[in-house]
Every structure is written in structure tokens, then in C-alpha cells.
Design a protein around this ligand. Structure first.
Ligand code: PMP
Ligand code: GLN
Length: 388
């Protein structure tokens, strides 16, 4: 092969994801997996049954329509109206994708030219860097600093150049748990309008907000025509394996994203689309119950980690808690996470993987709390054995 590396330059450095590595480690060691973010119980039984029914009745077993089945597109628009008062046309302003992951990939591949700059707050979800790279664009990270992990709007303004095409935002934010306030979002929206930027918002944790409220950026003045809003059923309904996500936005943006999406997967997961349509129509009590359940788990794990000697950055949203291991006398999150299963039978994720500048997150470690209470209790007991 002439000595040329097989993996192209754009993907160089984007090897196995940390989630795959850490879940494999959990499997190998039998440790409690608080690394990869997936619930250890499935979502509502009626939603699972809806998928079975769709399969049996032959709905979605053959290629569904490219933009998604009409039932799901309608349910997505109803959800956006019910929770945010936003109105979308299900035919031109909604696109169903293979999870938020494909929505992010298709959006970036559709909207970016090689050399365009994309600003994202780091730490950021690992697929952002890989998708920006696949699009041949340039990522410009802006660091959210401990202990508060708030965005620095002045730094954001300074980071915009004539080459900046797009802001990539995630709120509630994985892994820090930051939920952007209405004021922060308004300042970001104002900047986007002033500098004529596109904005992509990853809102997969929209129903996991414990302090504050989730405000879709697309609802703010001037944002409708420049925002691609992304969400997914995985976190909200605890079926992360189904991979049903969606995009909402103005027709021109959704058309662009659909153009890329049709050559990635064309369509996805027919029967699950019908089930997710039913899930999105669950009563308000379901959504409130999910938030309350996860809030209790946040408090349980955050308290347990603090008792075990970790520095705890209590999240306002998501199902992750970021901790600092420096108070335990530890210096390196990677080494700590690789040794943790042997030391006490728990798996976590080093936040350093979410930064361009690994020093910025060197002693930060993320734990997922979307697990049964008994499992979290056991994990806390094990982690308490770490204290020096
Ligand atoms: N964005 C963020 C911030 C995430 O944490 C995840 C992981 N669920 C995704 C996107 C991907 O979502 P999905 O599983 O729907 O592809
Ligand atoms: N979003 C999940 C997390 O942050 C992982 C999803 C994945 O494995 N790609 O843990």
C-alpha cells in the first residue's frame, strides 16, 4: 500500500470511542458500568409493546419514507408544540434520523465546506470532532472551565472570524451537566444574527433538566432561519439501542440535511419509528416522572461520590456527573479509569477525551447515574473504599 496509512488523515486520531473501550473493560472485568451513558432498565412497557405490534403488523418492515414515517413526524411536531410552543410543518421542517448521531453527521456534512470553522464548547461529545473532521472543516474549541462550566460569551465573540460558519451547541451539556440559561442563549443568538452564523443545537437531554429550564435556541428571535435543532428518543425514553433521532428547523435547512442523510442511511428503524411516535405522545406525567427519578439518582450518586472523597460538580442536567479526582491524590483521569475496575469494580470515563487540550480535563472523571438505585448504592459502597 506504499506505506500510506489506510485510515485517511481526516479520521487520524479518532480511534475507538472511549465508550466502546470502557464498556468492553466493564464486560471483561464484571465491573459496574457507570461509563457509557445507557440506562440499565428499558423504557415504558407500552412503548416496547408498540414496537412489537408494529413489527407484527408489518408497519415499517420495508423501507419507510426518507424523511421518516408521517406518524412520527406528526408526533415530533406535537411534542415541540406541547413543551415549547413551537410550530413546525411535519412535511418540510422535520427529518427523522438514525439517532442524534446521524443527525449531527448529516447536518455537518450538509452545511460545511472544507476549511469552514466550527465553534464548539469543550469538553464536547466525541462525535462532534470526528464529524467536523469528516466534513473537512476546522473545529475551534472554547473551554468551559471548572467549577461552573459556564460559557464565556466574550471569548465566544472573539473566537468568531470571517471563516466561522457554524456554532455547535449542546444543552443540557454532556459531560459537564451545564444547562444554558435563557440569558446565555439570548447572547449567543444575538451574536449568531450579528455575524450571520448557523447554529446546530444538540438537545438530546432536553427532558433531563434538574435546575433551570430547557430553552430551545430555535425559539429565540432571529434563530428560526439559522438553527438546526437535534434531539433523540434514546435518552428521553430509555431505548438507546433503537437509534431514532430527529432534526427540526426551517425548510431550507432540513432539505440540506436530508440531502446528506439520504446517502448515509437513507432511512432507519421502521417499526421503532411507530413506537417512538407513541412514546412522544405519553402524558406529561411520564416526562415529569423521568426527570424526578433521575434527579433522585443524581443526588444519590453525587452525594456518594462526595462522601468517597471526590470533588463533585453537581450537574444541572443530563445523566452524568463530572468529578475531580485530585482530592483523592490522583493526577490522571485516563490512568485512574483504566485502573478503577481492578481497584474497586467500577467503570467511569475520563473527561480528557472530550477536550482538544487534554490538560484542561486531566483530573476530571465522568460517572453515569442512569442505573437502578441498588446498582448506584453498590457502586458508591465500592468507591468509598478508594479513600486514602
Ligand atoms: N449527543 C450527545 C450529547 C450525546 O450524549 C449522545 C449520546 N446519546 C448523542 C448525541 C447521540 O445520541 P443517539 O444515541 O440518539 O445517536
Ligand atoms: N452518549 C453516550 C455517552 O455519552 C454514549 C453513546 C455512545 O456510546 N456513542 O455516554
Amino acid at each position: 500500500m506504499g506505506g500510506r496509512p489506510l485510515l485517511n488523515r481526516r479520521l487520524d486520531g479518532h480511534g475507538t470511542t472511549i465508550f466502546a473501550e470502557m464498556s468492553a473493560l466493564a464486560l471483561r472485568t464484571g465491573a459496574i458500568n457507570l461509563g457509557q451513558g445507557f440506562p440499565d432498565t428499558d423504557g415504558p412497557e407500552e412503548v416496547r409493546e408498540a414496537a412489537v405490534r408494529a413489527l407484527r403488523e408489518g408497519r415499517g418492515n420495508q423501507y419507510p419514507p426518507g424523511p421518516g414515517v408521517p406518524e412520527l413526524r406528526a408526533a415530533i411536531t406535537e411534542h415541540q408544540h406541547r413543551f415549547y410552543g413551537l410550530d413546525f410543518d411535519p412535511d418540510t421542517e422535520v427529518l427523522v434520523t438514525a439517532g442524534a448521531t446521524e443527525a449531527i453527521a448529516a447536518t455537518l456534512l450538509a452545511l460545511l465546506e472544507p476549511g469552514d470553522e466550527v465553534i464548539a464548547f469543550e469538553p464536547f461529545y466525541d462525535s462532534y470532532a470526528a464529524c467536523i473532521a469528516m466534513a473537512g472543516a476546522v473545529r475551534v474549541p472554547l473551554t468551559l472551565h471548572a467549577p461552573d462550566f459556564r460559557p464565556d460569551i466574550d471569548a465566544l465573540r472573539d473566537a468568531v472570524t470571517p471563516r466561522t460558519r457554524l456554532l455547535l451547541l449542546n444543552s443540557p451539556h454532556n459531560p459537564t451537566g451545564t444547562v444554558l440559561t435563557r440569558e446565555e442563549l439570548a447572547a449567543i443568538a444575538e451574536l449568531a444574527v450579528e455575524r450571520d452564523l448557523l447554529v446546530v443545537t444538540d438537545e438530546v437531554y432536553e427532558h433531563l433538566v434538574f435546575d433551570g429550564e430547557h430553552v430551545p435556541l430555535i425559539s429565540l428571535p432571529g434563530m428560526r432561519e439559522r438553527t438546526v435543532s437535534i434531539s433523540s428518543s434514546g435518552k428521553t425514553f430509555s431505548f438507546t439501542g433503537w437509534k431514532v433521532g430527529w432534526v427540526t428547523g426551517a425548510p431550507a435547512l432540513v432539505t440540506a440535511v436530508r440531502t446528506a442523510k439520504q446517502y448515509l442511511t437513507f432511512v432507519s428503524a421502521g417499526p421503532f419509528q411507530y413506537a417512538v411516535a407513541e412514546a412522544l405522545r405519553l402524558p406529561d406525567t411520564y416526562f415529569a416522572g423521568l426527570t424526578e427519578d433521575m434527579r433522585a439518582k443524581r443526588d444519590l450518586l453525587s452525594g456518594g461520590l462526595a462522601d468517597a472523597g471526590f470533588g463533585v460538580h453537581r450537574p444541572q442536567g443530563t445523566y452524568f456527573v463530572t468529578t475531580d479526582i485530585a482530592p483523592l491524590g490522583e493526577k490522571d483521569g485516563f490512568a485512574f479509569c483504566r485502573a478503577l475496575p481492578e481497584r474497586c469494580g467500577v467503570v467511569a470515563v475520563p473527561n480528557a477525551v472530550f477536550y482538544d487540550d487534554p490538560d484542561a480535563g486531566r483530573t476530571l472523571v465522568r460517572f453515569a447515574f442512569c442505573k437502578r438505585t441498588g446498582v448506584l448504592d453498590e457502586a458508591v459502597t465500592r468507591l468509598q473504599g478508594l479513600a486514602p
